[in-house]
Design a protein around this ligand. Sequence first.
Ligand code: AKB
Length: 332
Amino acid sequence: GFCLETLCASSFCTCPMLLFISILCRGLGQLGVGLANLLRKRFGKDNVILSDIRKPPDHVFDGGPFIYSDILDDKSLREVVVNNRVTWLFHYSALLSAVGEANVPLARAVNITGLHNILDVAAEHNVRLFVPSTIGAFGPTSPRNPTPDLCIQRPRTIYGVSKVHAELMGEYYYYRYGLDFRCLRYPGIISADSQPGGGTTDYAIQIFHDAARNGRFECTLRAGTRLPMMYIDDCLRATLEVMEAPAESLSMRTYNVNAMSFTPEELAQEVVKHVPGFQITYNVDSVRQAIADSWPMSFDDSNARKDWGWKHNFDLPELVTTMLSFHGSNTR
Ligand code: AKB
């Protein structure tokens, strides 16, 4: 999904704000709805517009503004930005790593052409733009443990290639046209009430559903596959914080953000503390395993911590307790 937000020139001013959130593709996306909720709490319900090319399900619709908008239609994007006097925009539209490999033409259209449309509209209308990047923007020749902000980026997925492209284009527009582009490289994001859409890190969400429901889980990655991960609340807070950070505090425009790293085996060991008898088995998906093996094992986010004070709240024990309490399995 993708989301857009606007507010008037400075997020600290008292004049009326308009936020435009738009979510496109694959339902309403794993992150957009939660981000819209956070922004609505911070800036007021009516100041955040959520959008998608699909009708929002009832449980998502909280009465705040919702509109149809398609990132592949640049004219309609312009209309939305102009008509609503959009000043901030969050662009969450992307096919993730595993589904991207299954449909490269669509991934290319959504992840690359969609980004071009967004960049042009944002630059033309002086909109502050957030685009998420990912650990998937690195590849087998990147240093993997830890992976710093600046290093070799030669990803081998269309998703990763499109995200390196987004980082570079956003930074180019910043230097060339003064676009206020801000970008975070997310780890795998773990959420309870929103579904991921075809990523390599999805196992770390599914495990909680299956543990709570059946007491067992079949994992698509090998037991020892270590990947950086983050709980959704930390991810959304990081996003708002980097958008609100004073421009002069940002020494870069694309930052790694991190919370924890774990393997399926370590996650299962933590789950079993809450779900007695929980069992994990492995049925490795070769596409996902190859992708995971090319990604960072741990993420160096020291620049985010230094420049704009990034600090995560959730480590593995808190993550597991929180996720299982959503699924009601602490009472088993
Ligand atoms: C994926 O697995 O594709 C995403 C990501 C880490 O960017 N969750």
